[in-house]
Structures are given as structure tokens and as C-alpha cells.
Design a protein around this ligand. Structure first.
Ligand code: SAH
Ligand code: SF4
Ligand code: F3S
Length: 445
């Protein structure tokens, strides 16, 4: 007998991947995904707690499911992800219509927990975080998959040891645990066998991959990149995120040696002020960061660099913020994700004095985003006239008669072609026009 499963996912790519794993695990118990929570026999809300707003979204969605539970007492409602880990049993106490609260390390137990909840045997909280947890080997199901994309994410590690003072992740995902390299390669090979051509290796801080294993018997991140590059079916490799403090010379060398490694680094800077960087516990200075950017550009002049920035961290003065604005000019990022600082439970900065007023944060964010938007435009305009390699992803979402793909630097390119193309195909395209966040081009015949 088939049952209906509804999954709502918030947050980062780790959560996206965890949702796929949960869907697959519950699928073995005859749960099929539906797009309507009203029809569901089981609802999973996979939550994110990175900023206050993200957590609020999860709470309000969960609150709304109370009426569904009243109508159908057999409905099982599970909360997973970082809010589940953070709130634990408190969530069950606050919302009596919830059945399960399951942290990121416990998702593999979900089928068993859902079965117990279905028999109304238990409302359960499963939020143990063990430093010796071994991430199970788990191959994604490819048949009947949601998307026929040539790109997939592969999680290579969980957790974070860095304790940036604003951040909730070390508290919700626990300490760094690396997956076994052989499990990662098995997964990559399996994906390649099913038509995947581009792999993004995922971790909160991929540069420290393998460092939780004993020295002497350890596969480092550069080693892992070389192993993945040996997989014949894979034509592009990306990764995210690398912490600037751990961006090693060995990794920069990989850029020149592994031609499948895409010239795009996401290198979150967070602030341009040394005083704020120190209070954030980022463990690098503005000068050290700029040196790494220069070294990256020397190793690979065409590299695209993107970043994350927080404005309005406690104690951030006008002068500190000006230094962040200045950094935009010095680095000239391809693009930047920027956020207003938000207090998070257990994160040290929540207790820092000198909180910045909300309207100051908003004004700074608007100024920063406006300038970055101009820089991003300037950068893509300079590309017009160049010929680039594009990996086909499918028909363009904006203009259905066009095809869409990405360059190695991760820039979106739309182009016309009368022939049927296949996702994953590599083509040469001449760039003819810069649009707002993409480029338009013409196939090189
Ligand atoms: N591991 C990644 C970041 C994951 S969180 C890294 O270290 O780069 C993604 C981004 O969210 C962070 O880079 C930061 O810019 C932002 N962020 C994290 N906590 C935040 C908070 N409390 N308030 C505002 N933005 C935050
Ligand atoms: Fe959070 Fe810092 Fe870890 Fe990134 S490195 S997940 S920002 S604590
Ligand atoms: Fe959010 Fe947790 Fe990812 S807080 S960003 S879902 S690690």
C-alpha cells in the first residue's frame, strides 16, 4: 500500500541532500512524494536555523500544520534539520501536534521512528550528536529522480569545528566528520554512470576534509580532488565552502593541475575590518585574505571569486563598514551573498554588547548590495566577445526557446540552438550580450 510523503526543505545544500536521503529511505517503506501537504500521510519539515528569519519560517509552517493533524490524527509530522537539533524536545512540548524531532545525524533512523509514530507508540526526539558517528554509505536512487540535471551535490563531510561567534552550525551539526573516501568515490561513480557530469563536493569547510582521520593514513582534500578527477564520466568538479584560513597552497596547486576543477572559488570574507574579523573569530586578517585572493588569481587569472558578507555584526562602526565596502573594490567579487547579522541561540555573539540598530543594518545592506550589483555587471560586461565552454543544463527558465548552461566560472549563459541538446553536453559559445545576472551567446559552429 502506498502512502503520501510531503517534504519541505529550507537552508543549505546539505539539507537538500538530506531531504533526498530521507525521501529515498521512506520510499523503501512505500512513501511516495506528493506536492500537497493536505494529501500527505507523513510530513517532513527539514529546517534551517542560520538566521532568525529562516527559523521563523519553519516555526510558522509547522504551526500551520496543526489543522491538518486535527483533521487526520493518523498524519505523522516530523521536524528535521538544524532547528530540530537546536530545540530538541522543547519543540514537541511547544507544538503538541508534532510527532518527531530528528537531528541531522539521526535521519537514517527516520523510517523506524515514523513507523513507531504511525502506531502512535511514541512521540520521539532523536538529537544525539556523536563525535564518532560514521556517515553511512548511501547511494542515491537515480531512477524516477526529481530532476534530470547533469549536476549533483556530494556531501563529503558533516559538521564544523570553527565556532565563528555569529554561527549556529557548530551547535546544530556537531564536530567535523569526514566521509570515507571510498564511499565518496562510489557515489561519484554511481552518479556518473547515470549521466551526471558535474559534481559539487559539499562541506561547511571542505579544506579540513580528512583532518579528523589519523595522520599518515589520511586522504586530504587535494587528494580527494585528484581521486574524483580520475572518474572518467565526470567533466567538472566544484566544491563549497572553503574557509579562507584553511585555503592551502596545496589546494591552489590543484587549480593548475586538475583541469576538471572549475575556476570558481566561494571564499566567504564576512567583513573587511580586522577588528570585526577578530570578534567574529574568523582567524584571518584582511591582509591575509587579500594575499590569498592574489595568490588564487596568480594561479588562475580567469578565476571567479564569490563571497558571503555579514553587515551589522555587534560593534560594527561606520568605519568598519567602510572597510567592507572598500574590500568590494579591492577584490571585485563576481557576486556576493550578503546578510544582516542575526542573533542565534548558543552562538557567542548573541551575548556581545553594542548591537547595531535594525535600520542601520538595512541601510548598510542596501548600500553594499547596490555597489556589488554594479561590480557584478561590470565584470560580466567585460566578457562580451569572449568564447567560453558551456555545459548544457536544459531549456532556459526565462526564455523557453533558448538553451541554458554554465561556464566553468559558474556564469549562466543562454543561447539559441535548433538541434536537440543533452544535459551535460559541453559546447563552445561566443558571448554577445550581458543581461542582469546572465549572459546571452551564440553557438560556435
Ligand atoms: N560554512 C560556511 C558558511 C555557512 S552559513 C562558511 O564558513 O563560509 C552561510 C553564510 O550565512 C555565512 O557565510 C554567513 O555569511 C551567513 N551567516 C551565518 N550566521 C549568520 C548570522 N547569525 N547572521 C547573519 N548571517 C549569518
Ligand atoms: Fe559557521 Fe564559521 Fe563553521 Fe562556516 S566556518 S559553518 S560560518 S562556524
Ligand atoms: Fe541552515 Fe543548518 Fe545548513 S543552519 S544553512 S541547514 S547547516
Amino acid at each position: 500500500m502506498n502512502r503520501n510523503l510531503y517534504i519541505e526543505t529550507f537552508g543549505c545544500q546539505m539539507n537538500e541532500r538530506d531531504s533526498e536521503i530521507m525521501a529515498q529511505l521512506l520510499g523503501e517503506d512505500y512513501y511516495l512524494e506528493t506536492s500537497s501537504p493536505e494529501e500527505a500521510d507523513c510530513i517532513v519539515v527539514n529546517t534551517c536555523s542560520i538566521r532568525g528569519k529562516a527559523a521563523q519560517k519553519a516555526y510558522s509552517l509547522l504551526g500551520g500544520y496543526r489543522t491538518l493533524k486535527e483533521r487526520n490524527p493518523d498524519l505523522v509530522i516530523a521536524v528535521t534539520g538544524c532547528v530540530a537539533q537546536q530545540d530538541g524536545a522543547g519543540l514537541l512540548a511547544r507544538m503538541p501536534h508534532l510527532d518527531l524531532v530528528v537531528g541531522p545525524q539521526n535521519i537514517y533512523r527516520l523510517p523506524e521512528l515514523v513507523r513507531a509514530a504511525r502506531d502512535r507508540a511514541a512521540r520521539t526526539t532523536a538529537v544525539e550528536l556523536s563525535p564518532t558517528f560514521a556517515i553511512p554509505a548511501f547511494l542515491p536512487k537515480m531512477e524516477g529522480n526529481r530532476q534530470s540535471s547533469p549536476k549533483r551535490f556530494v556531501t563529503i563531510m558533516q559538521g564544523c569545528n570553527n565556532f565563528c561567534t555569529y554561527c549556529v552550525v557548530p551547535h546544530t551539526r556537531g564536530r567535523e566528520i569526514s566521509r570515507r573516501p571510498e564511499d565518496i568515490i562510489d557515489e561519484v561513480r554511481h552518479l556518473a554512470d547515470h549521466g551526471v557530469r558535474e559534481i559539487t563536493l559539499l562541506g561547511q569547510n571542505v579544506n579540513s576534509y580528512g583532518l579528523d582521520q589519523p595522520a599518515g593514513n589520511r586522504t586530504t582534500f587535494p587528494d580527494l580532488l585528484r581521486l574524483v578527477a580520475q572518474e572518467a564520466g565526470i567533466s567538472r568538479i566544484r566544491f563549497t565552502t572553503s574557509h579562507p584560513k584553511d585555503l592551502s597552497p596545496e589546494l591552489m596547486v590543484c587549480l593548475g593541475q586538475i583541469n576538471k576543477l572549475c575556476p570558481h572559488f566561494h571564499l566567504p570574507v564576512q567583513s573587511g575590518s580586522d577588528r570585526i574579523l577578530a570578534r567574529m573569530n574568523r582567524k584571518y586578517t584582511r591582509a591575509a585574505y587579500l594575499e590569498k585572493v592574489a595568490a588564487l588569481r596568480q594561479a588562475c587569472p580567469e578565476i571567479a571569486i564569490t563571497t558571503d558578507i555579514i553587515v551589522g555584526f555587534p560593534g560594527e562602526s561606520e568605519g568598519d563598514f567602510e572597510q567592507t565596502m572598500e574590500l568590494l573594490e579591492l577584490v571585485r567579487y563576481d557576486s556576493a551573498f550578503s546578510f544582516k547579522y542575526s542573533d542565534r541561540p548558543k552562538a557567542a555573539a548573541a551575548d556581545f554588547p553594542d548591537k547595531v540598530a535594525e535600520e542601520v543594518k538595512s541601510a548598510r545592506l542596501a548600500r553594499l548590495q547596490a555597489r556589488q550589483e554594479e561590480i557584478s555587471q561590470e565584470i560580466i560586461r567585460e566578457l562580451v566577445g569572449k568564447t567560453v565552454e558551456v555545459m548544457v543544463e536544459g531549456k532556459s527558465k526565462a526564455a523557453g526557446d533558448q538553451w541554458s548552461g554554465r561556464t566553468p566560472e559558474n556564469r549562466i549563459v543562454n543561447f539559441s540552438c535548433d538541434r536537440q541538446l543533452h544535459p551535460g553536453q559541453l559546447l563552445r559559445v561566443i558571448l554577445e550580450e550581458a543581461c542582469r545576472h546572465s549572459l546571452r551567446g551564440r553557438l560556435v559552429s
